[in-house]
Design a protein around this ligand. Sequence first.
Ligand SMILES: [Fe+2]
Length: 196
Amino acid sequence: MSDSAESASAEPIIAEVMRLFRERGESEYGGESVTQAEHALQTADLALADGAESTLVAAALLHDIGHLLHQLPDDAPDQGVDDVHEELGGRWLEKRFGPAVTEPVRLHVAAKRYMCARQPEYYDLLSEPSRISLSLQGGPMNDDEVAEFERNAFHEAAVRLRQWDDEAKIVDKVTTPLQGFTEHLRSALVDSACES
Ligand SMILES: [Fe+2]
């Protein structure tokens, strides 16, 4: 299939992403002082600034799409509920994108547990909501979990994504608008089609 044909089939998926952010993007980002859309755009901008490829920029933008797909309250972790958003998001994404997008998203919570195990000082950098969710997510990894995580081909991408994620909570930060990422989404979808 040609690139233009692949791009054409990408358009409904891009429209779906835009609709999800339009309808749910103003919801609170889990106890932080930014919205889901602000957090996603800041994460994607940090990926761009770090020179990430389009698939990882797309993963950064979409890493919390799982939060936009469920109807649990924004403060679910405060109520002791893990929304398992990385799995929800991963399942939604794998029907649309390839593993270079899907896997870092699926692993971004595991990456937090991994970094807490490998760099204990990392825990001190986490925000309070992130610490609350960490305990619901299983706490720092044990040695076996660390070894298994490092065997995953996408673990380094997941750690990069996690670091952008942790920094993307700045109130009133000016970011690239959502429409500014459509070309990266399109490239990521074309790359995904080539992988399959
Ligand atoms: Fe996030």
